[in-house]
Design a protein. Structure first.
Ligand code: AMP
Ligand code: MG
Length: 338
């Protein structure tokens, strides 16, 4: 049992956290996407502490965070030319690239795979933590496995109090959903997990962007998938969420006739709830706002004890695809198309 410290950001608090990392401990680390639970990516015992703190399945690989391109050649055996172009265009930023790993990356980090996901975050604190510790940092989202990802230090504290020594509190995460994950094939990019860097933006770098089936379809537990994280139950609040795929008017009339007064509605804006009797929570008018608010709203559903929730359906393009992908999993793929 740790006495979990929550520290404001300063060079000295980041140095303190870097010392913990060097000593083989885990640290709650802010990034621009969501808060991560960081440890030395090269030390299997340190990485094992991440899996233990989260209760994460061992075959679900971790993303390795670097602060500069010079760290990359030590970690991977090949950097395809498309990957170089993606790095130039989107790093530092919310893009993870799957590359063939060198032996220095332990199988504990890669979930037993011979590839590793690498990302260069833009958040200054994350970059300093990497620099001060002088190590690549393995970091999955800092939530208990299965819970919504944390976008505030308080979310990390709620899940990890007693399980980790320290959290660096850098306020709310700007993006709010996890990084875009891509793999490289002969002449194409395969999108394994949508994020803030959209399929449309990636197609400016490489014409062929294939959206993996797992992005919007449920994957059976026993199936071997390109992105192991996609098969697990995810982001799930206790509430039973149904996505209503329709326009505003149809959503409103569906809720007026089907929802009981105890049900909760997840709308884009407050105004959409005018005249409806149910409790309404707005999660954002634009895809970017929805991404930034989604996980906080999913946690709020638990706090208010919501049982049944009807949610407006995010756009399925641009950043909206990332929001849709997460909300689908939170809703256990329940969608009503009107
Ligand atoms: P999280 O750390 O919670 O953001 O989840 C990271 C996700 O990235 C994993 O669950 C995988 O879906 C994906 N990922 C990480 N490394 C790999 C890899 N080597 N191959 C395929 N997918 C990966
Ligand atoms: Mg996660």
């Amino acid at each position: 049992m740790y006495k979990t410290k929550v520290l404001d950001i300063s060079d000295s608090s980041i140095r303190f956290a870097a010392e913990l990392i060097k000593a083989g401990e885990t640290v709650g680390m802010p990034t621009e996407t969501v808060y991560g639970l960081a440890a030395n990516a090269l030390d299997p015992q340190a990485v094992a502490k991440i899996f233990k703190a989260k209760g994460r399945p061992q075959d679900n690989p971790l993303i390795v965070h670097i602060s500069g391109m010079k760290m990359l050649p030590d970690l991977v055996t090949d950097i395809p030319s498309t990957a170089k172009k993606c790095a130039e265009a989107f790093w530092p930023g919310p893009l993870t690239m799957i590359l063939p790993k060198k032996e220095i990356i332990p199988l504990t980090t890669s979930g037993g795979l011979d590839t590793v996901g690498i990302r260069m975050p833009s958040n200054e604190t994350a970059r300093k933590l990497i620099d001060f510790s002088g190590l690549p940092l393995a970091a999955p989202s800092a939530n208990l496995s299965g819970s919504p990802s944390p976008t505030k230090a308080s979310h990390v504290f709620n899940d990890m109090n007693g399980r980790i020594p320290c959290i660096l509190d850098d306020g709310s995460c700007a993006v709010g959903v996890e990084s875009t994950v891509i793999a490289f094939e002969e002449n194409s990019i395969r999108l394994l997990r949508p994020g803030f860097i959209s399929a449309e933006e990636l197609s400016d770098i490489c014409e062929n962007v294939i959206i993996d089936k797992g992005v919007i379809e449920a994957v059976a537990q026993d199936v071997k998938v390109a992105s192991p994280g996609m098969k697990y139950k995810h982001y799930a609040p206790k509430a039973d969420i149904t996505i209503i795929d329709s326009g505003t008017a149809a959503f409103r009339s569906y809720c007026a006739s089907h929802a009981s007064d105890d049900d909760v509605l997840m709308l884009f804006t407050e105004a959409e709830g005018t005249g409806l009797t149910q409790r309404c929570i707005a999660y954002g008018a634009t895809s970017e706002e929805q991404a930034a608010n989604l996980f906080d709203v999913l946690r709020e559903l638990d706090i208010i004890g919501a049982k049944k929730v009807y949610a407006r359906c995010p756009a399925k393009t641009g950043v909206g695809l990332a929001v849709y992908n997460r909300l689908l999993r939170a809703a256990a793929f329940k969608v009503i198309k009107l």
